[in-house]
Design a protein around this ligand. Structure first.
Ligand code: DC
Length: 227
């Protein structure tokens, strides 16, 4: 079991996806699950215009929210998140969802439900999961734990570039503000806050190339998982 945690847009998912591709492990993006629940809440009127979440209504609806992952259709491609059978991969990456997800992810009932599903997915091992609390809460006994970091500006630049490539109409300032706001909510929530597990390896990839990052990852994987 490999747990990769870190701040938003730190490159966790790229890292997790590439490691899974290189090792044949299954990749699970736990953030996509929080995003899918947020999309459900938005579409069912459970989030007010000011961003207030009706936590009780959402907790009651959890049993009727099913999240699955469809494998990528092309080699090395992105897997797709399904919400009650509908492909919502593009929709959950929009700023509408990014702006609403942190308060949803702070609701204890949501965290408990998603943690249970994630633990069930990892029961057999052979999994790389990325998120915020994978090394601390979901898989505290993972063989390899990595905590990824990069400055808020570096992360906002990456997210902005990604969003521009998908044709989104956003400003860099809005993206940076969203990154900073989410960091704060994720770090200060009462249940499973974003925190480096004591036994996680810390990686700041601000100035690393993808090739350097891949080499570092494989070295850690061979040392801790294959040894
Ligand atoms: O990694 P991401 O940006 O797609 O995550 C979306 C949100 O979900 C983020 O604000 C924090 C939350 N999250 C969480 O609380 N726990 C996880 N394991 C993964 C994501």
């Amino acid at each position: 079991t490999v747990a990769i945690d870190g701040y938003s847009s730190s490159g966790k998912s790229t890292m997790a996806r590439r490691l899974a591709g290189a090792t044949g492990y299954r990749y699970i993006d736990s953030g996509a699950m929080y995003r899918a629940v947020t999309l459900y809440a938005l579409d069912h009127g459970m989030i007010s215009a000011t961003g207030e979440v009706d936590a009780e209504a959402l907790a009651a609806a959890l049993p009727s929210i099913r999240i699955d992952f469809a494998p990528a259709t092309e080699a090395g491609g992105q897997q797709h998140t399904l919400l009650n059978g509908t492909d919502v991969e593009t929709e959950i990456r929009r700023l509408r969802v990014s702006n609403a997800v942190s308060p949803v992810a702070a609701i204890p009932a949501v965290r408990r439900a998603l943690t249970e599903i994630q633990q069930a997915m990892g029961r057999e091992g052979g999994i790389v999961m990325d998120g915020r609390d994978i090394g601390t809460t979901v898989f505290p006994h993972a063989e390899l734990k990595i905590f990824v970091n990069a400055s808020a500006e570096t992360r906002a630049r990456r997210r902005f570039k990604e969003m521009m490539e998908t044709g989104a109409q956003v400003s860099y300032e809005d993206v940076l503000a969203n990154v900073v706001r989410r960091d704060h909510i994720d770090e200060t929530r009462a249940e499973s806050p974003l925190r480096k597990a004591d036994d996680a390896l810390e990686l700041d990839n601000s100035t690393m190339t993808l090739a350097e990052q891949d080499a570092w990852l494989m070295e850690q994987f061979e040392k801790r998982v294959q040894a």
